[in-house]
Write a protein that binds this ligand. Structure first.
Ligand SMILES: *[C@@H]1O[C@H](CO)[C@@H](O)[C@H](O)[C@H]1NC(C)=O
Ligand SMILES: *[C@@H]1O[C@H](CO)[C@@H](O)[C@H](O)[C@H]1NC(C)=O
Length: 405
């Protein structure tokens, strides 16, 4: 005889709901959702005809709706020019944008006024998912990127730009060949990214995977990022950000900065990067600041359980970015940085470089269990300048000799 008491009955009910629930990504039963299918707004799949207006109208209808709204993009290839999904929206539920199809950008930079192909503005509660592909066709416009020769160059449009977003989730999407950055998030709070695949050629210019600035409580996890520039970059005003289980490479690796480029920048504080793999990147974990006089600070950073595979500069603090002088006068203060359990292979003879400012030396930098090996078994060393470092555990290469400041 089986006796079912109240609590196990409740458990069974919960379990059976979990098993049978036809739910959306937010766990909302589909029956309670109102679907805004872009086809009903005159989208033109598998055509060169633009679907921009159809997408924006579907979004507008969902945004003005007060119940559970889901904008649906069925399978098919859609051509989109500059597209803006703006709030504030009327409902209190997150709007779901489910992209099952492939979106292709119009590969003409004059089409974009706002430095973004698809932007999300001033929205509280949005989930973007669906397994679809965002193909920005950057290969047709990379020739117009002159950032190598022009320090004041204008960046090409980002694939997805998030401005003033609260409470967002971006997951299960593929982004390829961005014109500028793939993802750019600014002035936002509480946004999670996971299950993303980002792909652009190793020689594509400034195609960062994700650039974060002026944002608080951002999480990126379980993603694979292969690009021609930084995998993840943390710009000014980045606070409380976690990057977990991300694979980077090719590209320039994970970067804090560049900081100190502009006057009045906001500080960077509270970064955790853990369980990541860098594969064939030029840098592993890089902190870069300009040597000039703009003040800022970057503090409270932890880089833990990172595997380097054939990385040129696995650990590097470069406070002379954009300036060749060996004695950096950077006014960006770097402190409280932990590198822990960093292992793998490098192509550099100096895989650990902590080159700080003589004006504001780095403080409280800690290296714990560093175990690197040259790909050709060449001996390796560390280099330090103007830095106060503490070492614990294994140190290969061996620590910097003598006083380092
Ligand atoms: C920092 O982020 C975590 C999630 O990663 C969150 O739980 C926590 O509340 C955030 N802290 C602050 C001060 O915003
Ligand atoms: C990294 O992942 C391993 C296994 O997945 C886990 O044991 C370890 O605690 C993780 N490290 C961090 C810093 O999360």
């Amino acid at each position: 005889m089986t006796i079912i008491n109240g609590s196990s009955l409740a458990l069974i009910l919960v379990l059976s709901t979990l098993v049978t629930c036809k739910c959306n990504a937010a766990g909302v039963p589909l029956a309670d959702q109102t679907i805004f299918n872009v086809m009903d707004f005159d989208a033109k799949p598998n055509s060169e005809l633009m679907s921009t207006q159809a997408f924006m109208k579907a979004w507008r209808a969902a945004c003005d709706f007060t119940g559970h709204a889901r904008v649906f993009v069925p399978p098919g290839v859609y051509t989109l020019g500059e597209t803006v999904f703006a709030g504030p929206c009327k409902g209190t539920h997150s709007i779901i944008l489910e992209i099952a199809g492939t979106l292709k950008a119009v590969p003409d930079v004059s089409e974009y006024s706002n430095f973004a192909w698809i932007s999300f503005e001033s929205i509280n509660g949005v989930i973007i998912t669906g397994g679809g592909t965002l193909d920005a066709q950057g290969q047709s416009v990379w020739q117009f990127n002159d950032c190598k020769t022009n320090p004041n160059c204008v960046h090409l449009p980002a694939t997805l730009h998030f401005n003033n977003i609260r409470n967002g989730k971006i997951m299960r999407l593929k982004l390829i060949n961005s014109m500028g950055f793939h993802l750019h998030i600014t002035s936002s709070y509480l946004v999670r990214f996971h299950g993303l695949t980002i792909d652009a050629p190793e020689d594509s210019p400034n195609t960062d995977g994700i650039h974060i600035s002026k944002s608080n409580t951002i999480k990126l996890s379980r993603s694979v990022i292969r690009t021609g520039d930084d995998c993840v970059s943390f710009g000014q005003g980045t606070n409380n950000v976690t990057v977990n289980k991300v694979t980077c490479g090719p590209g320039h690796g994970i970067s804090v900065g560049s900081l100190g480029k502009l006057a009045g920048e906001l500080e960077v504080r509270g970064l955790i990067v853990k369980n990541c793999t860098l594969r064939g990147t030029t840098n592993g974990i890089r902190i870069k600041t300009y040597a000039g006089e703009n003040a800022n600070r970057a503090l409270g950073m932890m880089f833990s359980d990172i595997v380097m595979e054939n990385v040129k500069n696995p650990i590097i603090i470069d406070q002379s970015y954009g300036d060749k002088s060996t004695d950096s006068l950077s006014q960006v203060k770097i402190s409280d940085v932990v590198y822990q359990n960093i292992r793998g292979t490098t192509s550099s003879e100096i895989p650990v470089q902590l080159l700080c400012s003589s004006k504001l030396p780095c403080e409280n930098v800690r290296l714990t269990n560093i175990n690197l090996k040259h790909i050709e078994n060449t001996p390796i060393t560390s280099q330090c300048q103007n830095v106060n470092v503490g070492y614990t555990g294994v140190q290969i290469p061996s620590p910097c000799q003598g006083p380092s400041s």
